[in-house]
Write a protein that binds this ligand. Structure first.
Ligand SMILES: O=C(O)c1cc(=O)[nH]c(=O)n1[C@@H]1O[C@H](COP(=O)(O)O)[C@@H](O)[C@H]1O
Length: 292
């Protein structure tokens, strides 16, 4: 079961920090560029991303419970890129990690069903991110595909980007914000659960007040992106956890994979590990302090 496996990983590793694998050309260490880039073809770039991802996973898999792989960074390099997206998830699973395929899908019911089946029947994918803009009939195929709780969903409730307030913070007729309405919709799908529902949500780590309000409303795990590169801090993000220190996954991508730029590229994998260790220390310290 998704939630049980996730909790087991979190407890055995002693943290809820997720490594995001969002490779870009600019992110690549020079030594990899020298090794792979002859013509600059999609195949070469994909091969380079594969070595980069494998190295980051090798250095961090003993620490992190989970990886998140954002599909856009792979799709932009066509089929060779997509192959690396799936190979990365597969490699993460082989290393014993839980996986989030960050695909942010959503559509009318029939198309949503195709998305849901395409991603959620893949044995290397434990969970996906979902866009709720189509409303309940667009969400139902994803909920249906995860019925039984073997797989999980993270539905966008309040995103981390500065403009998220333009639409998500609009007030509805009954005085609630739109993101609160989305949270209610997500909760209505959560079903029976003992600890946390496998129907989770995404709330950006850049909004302390939202995390406070939403932790009470939401019954599933909260995926919290925005740590590090987007300015999210442990002192705010701790509000996504329950009083026992569980129920959230904090994700950092560039903060971990680009850390080598601060300390030298000879060992970019070790640099990622060091950055993850610092993140874990920060988040765990804040959880320990508790919420007021
Ligand atoms: O669903 C997400 O993961 C997500 C939601 C959100 O509100 N904000 C957000 O940054 N993300 C993703 O989280 C990652 C953040 O990357 P960094 O800013 O490099 O840590 C990217 O893959 C984003 O697409």
């Amino acid at each position: 079961m998704f939630v049980q496996k996730l909790l087991q990983e979190i407890k055995s590793k002693g943290n809820s920090c997720v490594v995001g694998l969002d490779p870009t050309l600019e992110m690549m260490p020079d030594k990899l560029k020298r090794k792979y880039l002859l013509k600059g073809s999609m195949e070469e770039i994909a091969q380079m991303f594969w070595e980069f991802n494998k190295t980051i996973i090798d250095y961090t898999s003993e620490l992190t419970p989970c990886i998140k792989v954002q599909i856009a960074f792979y799709e932009r390099y066509g089929l060779p890129g997509l192959e690396v997206f799936y190979k990365t998830l597969d490699y993460g699973k082989k290393k014993g990690l839980m996986t989030i395929a960050d695909v942010k899908r959503g559509d009318i019911g029939s198309t949503a069903k195709a998305y849901a089946q395409g991603f959620l029947t893949n044995s290397s994918i434990d969970s996906i991110t979902v866009n709720p803009y189509f409303g309940s009939d667009g969400l139902l195929p994803f909920v249906e595909e995860t019925k039984g709780g073997e797989k999980g969903l993270f539905i966008l409730v309040k995103t981390s980007n500065p403009s998220s307030k333009e639409l998500q913070d609009l007030k509805t007729e009954d005085g609630q914000f739109i993101y609160e309405k989305v949270a209610d919709l997500v909760s209505s799908f959560a079903g029976d659960y003992t600890e946390f529902s496998h129907i989770g949500s995404v709330v950006g780590g850049t909004h302390r007040e939202h995390l406070k309000r939403l932790r009470e409303k939401l019954k599933g795990f909260i995926l919290v992106p925005g740590y590090g590169a987007q300015g999210g801090k442990g002192e705010d993000i701790k509000y996504a956890f329950n009083s026992q220190g569980y129920g959230a996954l904090v994700c950092s991508s560039r903060g971990i994979t680009e850390h080598y730029k601060k300390i030298g590229e000879e060992n970019y994998g070790l640099a990622a590990k060091i950055s993850l260790e610092m993140m874990i220390e920060d988040i765990n310290r804040e959880i320990e302090k508790g919420v007021k």
